[in-house]
Design a protein around this ligand. Structure first.
Ligand SMILES: [Zn+2]
Ligand SMILES: [Zn+2]
Length: 451
């Protein structure tokens, strides 16, 4: 895994807009293709900061941002990269196998024509993958994660499903008959990167570019739960596919973002698996074997007697302003969340950078710590009564682990490592002090209720 700061500011920013040349992005070998997505993380931050500045200037921060929602989106993005190694073989492995054994043509990896053909075909593959992710319930179970935010800002772009990639690869497989794997892998990354900047309400319209490109306006419609927005604008980079296949809809009424039936949870694991659970329960209760099968394969709104995609009349009406899921949290908890999210991200970056050198035990421990910590932050954001207990447990765990590490690993007793350990001790020690009284208060309330 490369470091975060491999690209200069101009190159890193250009990459987010697919403004790259074939010359600088064509590679002969798969292992030479950079991890553009990971290297883009600082530039995601840069653009998000710019968006925040414009939003503050417009005095629309409260309307367009909610910290727990943004943390929830960032968490989903981190989980995606954290579990990337699980699916690497599935995504590119099948592609390489088909290309090596069954290719019908050999396009030159260094030809600009190969680059252009692949750009168009990856985007077409994305359109159909995305469309099927909305029209087939079992595929929607993965993709709904991306639509689960009721906000629409750049952090929403990072809210991705862990399971989506187990679906995506098959839609790109036909390209393996001719396109070299490194060119495909590069374009697949840029196709994803391009879709970051379109998740914003800051840009209204891009004039004539709206005819060809997928833009913030078109993608806002895609994220809408208004009736006119349902199952529209599936494009990745080029909106022409929606115009060609009859799924295009321009932005008209103000869009209300999120799922038709909002999740109302910031639990990162529940967000990922909840619709699979719903499908299984629905299929279990559905009479008839064929109907059970259709629950998996027809649209998310399908019921017996309805068309394949369900009925548009079943989509609830929109009333302005639509209430959003925003649990009431004290101001200090926002500061707490920011500090602890920063600590988790620090550990996450160190973990991802050294992943290849870690033992299996260290990898499992690191992943468990990161996932558990992010789940605890989710519980705080949901204002769950269990959150104080989880935080005391997590903080004590870190303090014990730190004490063990500093006693047994001499390298930890020196220089910058020691400073980091002092800071960690302070942060987690204070956390125990903050949450212990809350635990007592929850227990007292329960006791009073029982009496
Ligand atoms: Zn979608
Ligand atoms: Zn999106």
């Amino acid at each position: 895994m490369p470091g975060l700061f491999n690209a200069d500011v101009l190159t890193g920013t250009r990459r987010l807009f697919y403004a790259v040349t074939p010359n600088e992005t064509s590679f002969e070998n798969l292992e030479d293709v950079p991890d553009y997505f990971y290297e883009a993380i600082p530039f995601f931050g840069l653009l998000a900061l710019l968006e925040m500045i414009v939003t503050i200037a417009d005095k629309k921060v409260r309307e367009r941002f909610f910290l727990p929602d943004s943390i929830s989106s960032l968490t989903a993005g981190m989980l995606l990269l954290l579990t990337q190694f699980l699916s690497h073989g599935v995504n590119i492995g099948f592609y390489v196998w088909v290309h090596e054994n069954y290719r019908l043509a050999t396009l030159a990896w260094d030809s600009p024509w190969t680059w252009i053909i692949c750009f168009v075909l990856v985007d077409l593959g994305y359109y159909w993958m995305h469309r099927m992710s909305h029209e087939v319930n079992i595929f929607w179970a993965a993709h709904q994660v991306h639509h689960s935010s009721e906000e629409y800002n750049l952090t929403t772009a990072l809210r991705q499903s862990i399971c989506q990639r187990f679906v995506s690869w098959m839609f790109y497989l036909p390209l393996a008959f001719a396109i070299p794997p490194p060119i495909f892998m590069m374009h697949q990354q840029f196709n994803t990167l391009y879709q970051f900047w379109i998740h914003t309400r800051v840009i209204k319209s891009l004039g004539p570019l709206e005819y060809i490109l997928n833009t913030p306006s078109h993608h806002r419609v895609h994220h809408g739960r208004n009736r006119y927005c349902i199952d529209k604008n599936y494009a990745g980079t080029l909106i022409i596919w929606d115009r060609m296949f009859g799924t295009f809809e321009p932005e008209s009424e103000p869009v209300v973002f999120g799922l038709v039936h909002p999740l109302e949870s910031y639990n990162p694991l529940y967000t990922q698996y909840c619709h699979y659970k719903y499908i299984l329960e629905t299929a279990w209760n559905m009479p008839g074997l064929t109907n059970k099968l259709w629950v998996f394969l027809k649209g998310p709104g399908w019921m017996p007697g309805l068309p394949r995609q369900g009925s548009i009349e079943d989509i609830p009406d929109i009333h302005y302003p639509m209430p959003k899921y925003r649990p009431r949290l004290p101001h200090w908890s926002h500061v707490y969340i920011i500090i602890h999210f920063a600590v988790i991200f620090y550990v996450y970056d160190a973990f991802m950078t050294s992943l290849k050198t870690l033992s299996q035990t260290a990898t499992i421990c690191g992943m468990t710590y990161i996932i558990f910590s992010l789940t605890c932050l989710g519980a705080i954001n949901d204002a769950k009564p269990a959150a104080p207990f989880l935080e005391v447990f997590r903080s004590c765990l870190v303090l014990v682990a730190e004490a063990v590490a500093i006693s047994y690993l001499p390298i930890m007793q020196r220089g910058s490592s020691q400073l980091v350990f002092y800071i960690l001790r302070l942060v987690f020690g204070l956390s125990v002090v903050v949450w212990l009284p809350k635990c007592v208060s929850v227990l007292t309330q329960r006791k009073n209720k029982a009496e």
